[in-house]
Design a protein. Structure first.
Length: 126
């Protein structure tokens, strides 16, 4: 994980210099999804952050920070517990509320830009 200074930062979502970030084994439902990311910025209190995330096909559960997602490449279906499935592809934006437990089914390797809000400041180990 990298973290930028307060200077403006520019990255290409598709070819961003991402680093591996493990999906906990207990959260994987099927397949062998591999995720990686790079942070562009994180607030000093750790509550706000944004970056780029890539993930290969597979199915897993994720407890979300509040997150705005913009899919640039790939295809995924996200299904919040108790909610309806939402298919997302290139050029589509979605918002997932903080604390939502979501089933991610990555059909084609996903490359997304995101902005997250974690009211506790601890989801990234802050």
């Amino acid at each position: 994980m990298t973290q930028a200074t307060q200077a403006p930062v520019k990255l290409g979502v598709v070819d961003a210099p991402v680093e591996p970030v493990a999906i906990p084994e207990q959260d994987v439902i099927s397949g062998k999804p591999e995720s990686s990311w790079v942070l562009l910025w994180r607030s000093q209190d750790g509550k706000l952050y944004n970056g780029v995330w890539h993930c290969t096909p597979g199915v897993f559960m994720l407890t979300h920070p509040g997150e705005t997602i913009c899919i640039v490449e790939g295809r995924v279906t996200i299904t919040p517990q108790g909610g309806e499935p939402m298919d997302l592809g290139p050029g589509e934006v979605a918002y997932v509320p903080e604390g939502a437990v979501v089933r991610w089914e990555v059909h084609e390797t996903v490359k997304k830009a995101f902005h997250s809000h974690d009211s506790t400041g601890t989801m990234l180990g802050g």
